[in-house]
Structure formats: C-alpha cells, structure tokens
Design a protein around this ligand. Structure first.
Ligand code: NOJ
Length: 519
C-alpha cells in the first residue's frame, strides 16, 4: 500500500488503482450528538455533558467510532449554541471545562473520538469581541465584524424570515452583517487578527485533546459583499444561507488545515459546505490541504428513490475519487426533518436507508435517534422554540419506557411519537429492532475490509433496486414491491429480514436490504 502524501495529504492511500482508508476517520462511523436532547445528567430538563458521559457505554455498545457534539460553548442560546459568546469555555447549562475534559478522557478510554462544533462565521452579539466592536468606529476590534454605512447587498438572513442580513446598530451608527439571526453577527475574516484569534480557538481545544471539528457553514468565511444574490435565491427550496463560494476561502481553509495537521493523531475537519452541487463542494477538499471531509448536501436532499440516489452517489464518487478526496454520507441532522419521516415513515424503508448509509464508500454520519428509527416529533404551536422551526428533529431521545422516558424530569421539548416503543430500553431487549439493525450493520462494516475502500460498481437489478458491489461484497437495496432475483447464490452478512444471515439465497424480498458475499 502506498500513501499519497504529496498529492492528497492524508486523504486516501492507494492500493494499485484503489483508494483505501488509511486513517481512523476514513474507517469511522460518526454519531452526531445534539447535546440538549441526548441525555440529562443534572435533572434540569436539558441534556448536558454529564448525561453524555453517562451514556458513553451505550454508544460503545452501539459501535460508533466518534461523536460530533453540537456546540456546548458559552452562549445566550438564541440559536441554541450556534451563537457563541466564548469559544474557550463551556456553557453552564452543559457543564464546565472539567466536565468536557472528563468526557474526552472517558470517550477515549472507550476508543471513541470526540469532535466539537466550531462556529467560525459568526459569534453571538454578546461575545466580548462584538461588544467592543460595536462601541465605536475606532476601537481595536472595530473591523472584526462587517460594518457598513448602508446595506451592501440584497442578502436575506437564513431561516426564511425574509429579513435583510443587515441590522442597523444605534450605538455604532452603522449596519452589521449577519447571515443568520441578528444575534449572530458575522466575523470579518478578511481581518488577519480575526483569522489568528479563531485559529487560536482551534488550538485551545486541540491542546485539550479533541480529535477534530465539525465546521459550521465553513464556506461563508470568505464573501464577496458586492455580489447580490440572484433574484430567485430566497425562494429556492433549500437555500438557507447566501450562496457564497469565492476563491478567497481556500487560503483560509489551508491555514485551518495546517493548524490541525500540526498536531499528532490525525485530527480531522468536516465542513458544513452548504452548496448544493457536488463539484463546488469538492473544491473545499483542496488538493488534500483544505478540509479533510465535507458534508454532501445534494445527497441529503436526494429523493429516496433508486434512480435519484444512484445519480447522486455516482456524481459524488466521480468527482471526489479522482481528487483522492474522501466522501461523507448523511441523511439526517439537527437542521432537517428526520429522514424516516421525509421518506414516508415506513420502517422497512428506514432499514434500507441504514444499510445504504453504512455500506457506501466513505464516512457515514448518523444523527442521534436515527438508530432508534425516530420519526420527526410533532411540536405543539406553543412549544416551538427554534427560530428556524427545526424543533421536530431535535426532540429528546427516549431512553426508557414510561414517564419521562429515562429523563430525570420533563425535558425542554416533547418526545417523538411512540416514544415507549422507540426507546433504547425497548429496542435493546428486542433483537429484531432498528437499534440492533444499526448495531449489526456497524459490526459488519467494521469487520469487512471491502467496505473500507472507495470501490463501488453498480449492479443492474432493475429500476427500483439500488444494488452495488464493494469488492466482493454485494449490497442489494430492494425498494420495489416485487422480489428481485440475484445474479448468483449469495450468503447474507446482514439482512433486514431476519433469519437469513449465513444461509444461501438467490433473491431479495420487496422492501428488503441485504449485504452479502458470494456463496
Ligand atoms: C448551521 C447549523 O447546523 C445550524 O444549526 C445553525 O443554525 C447555522 N449553521 C448557524 O450557525
């Protein structure tokens, strides 16, 4: 096996023509923790770091290799932590620095890596930097944010509020830019001191032993303010941030990368590059000297139909593989309705989706609760708290059967539907549950080296069947209503219909998933 250090950094090793995982994050399954809703250690109704520490054994049992924790830094919580008032401290709601040190140590003791959520585009309006910056036009931080005498473009804030992304500040007598809420002023990344200060926040956490970062809307750290958004932009279905994608972002990503690479142990960056085109997203990997990984939003928004998925997966692989860039696969996160619900709610389809996510070439990211098959929660009008109306996917995890579902008290949001049946307790006991299905798929993935490469060859088994070979391993996701005959006799390593593992089979039932090797 040769390593492509020169051309691709640590992206992928080659074995002949094949791209093979060479680092932990290429083999890993990453699990996103939305801490407010994961587990509550202090009984105040909001999840916290202690709750997460107490559930690490569960995550180890499930078989995840890394957790990405949505922001736990000091924050007024206007955007539930994505408005950071201190990048180098923990919000008391979640714990303190000693608790996160313990979390990192306890996770590492279980071979689980820890990724934090770095929010570089904007701070909270309560961050001391902004309080200083807004004071007047001459203070030392006067240019750390984006101030103008008049609104410089037609940009609107995210969350479809229709509001301009510029707010007038009386104190300073100027407008400031905020791509998200007015409480989230954008940092001015053109300023070298801003870059330096933000890179220091990475070092702070790298020194404490974190294994990497998910990087919030990272494509926004360079902007052409003189470019208006196209007239139809705001009405585009999934647009949620101005579609900046400008060349100045790349040297900034290289600086970020060199900070991570200056630490031992393969620290990783995964960027939220919210650009709905694979080609544009791919540029953020640079030549192995920018992001290690990037989320793939065209795939998130694909229809759950074999032809659409085939198209998105092919396009991703065709664009990323020649660059030596490692793909990621995500179906749900804290910003989008849960995929189980998006795909119509059917359990069989959710099982197929899990088999796909965990057998595609690249790094899968699970969102907490998808392993329980959670549906989107219905949030009564008077309990909606998120300005982006994303509460439904942020509902608390049901850990147990019964009142409060294992939470010490009533949590901040209502539980998802059928919380008893979907609880960890109920599913732990039932070997046929969604939870066991995810766990089994992760076990198969871990012990099957063919799944640690970027090889994928399509197998044509009909229009509504997504079928591919990964080395000698055949994956058949039958999304049709008829039984599909296989090209030969195979032995399932995993089958969504129980009892078939280890047997010889020649067909796959409707709405079933099989991961198999030749007999
Ligand atoms: C993307 C995050 O995922 C989302 O939750 C947040 O509201 C925005 N970025 C702003 O930070």
């Amino acid at each position: 096996m040769g390593s492509d250090k020169t051309m691709f950094g640590s992206h992928a090793a080659t074995e002949g023509e094949r791209l093979v995982a060479s680092t932990w994050w290429q083999r890993a399954v990453v699990y996103q923790v939305y801490p407010r809703s994961f587990a509550d250690g202090n009984g105040d109704g909001v999840g916290d770091l202690l709750g997460l520490i107490e559930r690490l054994d569960h995550l180890a049992w499930l078989g995840v290799d890394a957790v990405w924790i949505s922001p736990v830094f000091r924050s007024p919580m206007a955007d539930f932590g994505y408005d950071v008032a201190d990048y180098c401290d923990i919000d008391p709601l979640f714990g303190d620095l000693a608790t996160i040190d313990r979390l990192i140590a306890d996770a590492h003791a279980r071979d689980i890596k820890v990724l934090l959520d770095w929010v570089p585009n904007h701070t909270s309006d309560q961050h001391p930097w902004f309080l200083e910056s807004r004071r007047d036009r001459t203070n030392p931080k006067a240019d750390w944010y984006v101030w103008r005498d008049r609104t410089a473009n037609n940009w609107l804030t995210a969350f479809n509020s229709g509001q301009p992304a510029w707010t007038y500040d009386e104190q300073r007598g100027q407008y400031y830019l905020h791509c998200f809420l007015a409480q989230q002023p954008d940092l001015n990344w053109d300023h070298p001191q801003v870059q330096d200060a933000m890179l220091d926040t990475l070092r702070f956490w790298l020194d404490r032993g974190v294994d990497g970062f998910r990087m919030d809307v990272i494509h926004l750290i360079a902007k052409h303010l003189d470019e208006d958004d196209p007239a139809d932009f705001a009405s585009k279905k999934y647009s949620h941030v101005p579609a900046n994608d400008v060349p100045e972002v790349h040297p900034r990503l290289r600086r970020i990368r060199s900070v991570l690479d200056s630490y031992p142990g393969d620290r990783v960056s995964v960027g939220e590059v919210y650009l709905l085109d694979e080609e544009r997203m791919a540029a953020y990997y640079g030549s192995g000297d920018e992001l290690h990984l990037s989320f793939n939003f065209p795939f998130v928004w694909s229809q759950f139909r074999a032809d659409d998925l085939r198209h998105r997966i092919s396009r991703t692989l065709d664009i990323l593989r020649p660059r030596g860039a490692w793909p990621t696969w995500v179906l749900s996160n804290h910003d989008v309705p849960r995929h189980r619900t998006r795909y119509g709610g059917d359990e069989a389809l959710a099982r197929i989706a899990a088999a796909m996510l965990l057998t595609l070439p690249g790094t899968p990211f699970l969102y907490q609760g998808e392993e329980l098959g959670l549906h989107e929660a219905e949030i009564p009008h008077d309990r909606i708290v998120d300005p982006g109306l994303r509460d439904g996917c942020r509902a608390p995890l049901p850990w147990a059967i019964g009142r409060h579902h294992g939470w010490p008290s009533d949590p901040w949001l209502p539980f998802p539907p059928d919380a008893d049946a979907h609880s960890v307790e109920a599913q732990h006991l039932d070997e046929d549950s969604m939870l066991h299905w995810y766990r089994h798929l992760m076990q198969v993935r871990r012990r099957t080296p063919q799944l640690h490469t970027l090889d994928l060859e399509w197998v044509d088994l009909g229009a509504d069947v997504l079928a591919y070979r990964r080395g000698g391993v055949l994956v058949v996701l039958n999304m049709s209503s008829v039984t599909v005959d296989l090209p030969g006799i195979v032995v399932p390593l995993a089958s969504s219909i129980r009892g078939l593992e280890g047997l010889h089979i020649t067909s796959v039932a409707p709405l079933a998933a099989v991961v198999a090797v030749p007999a």
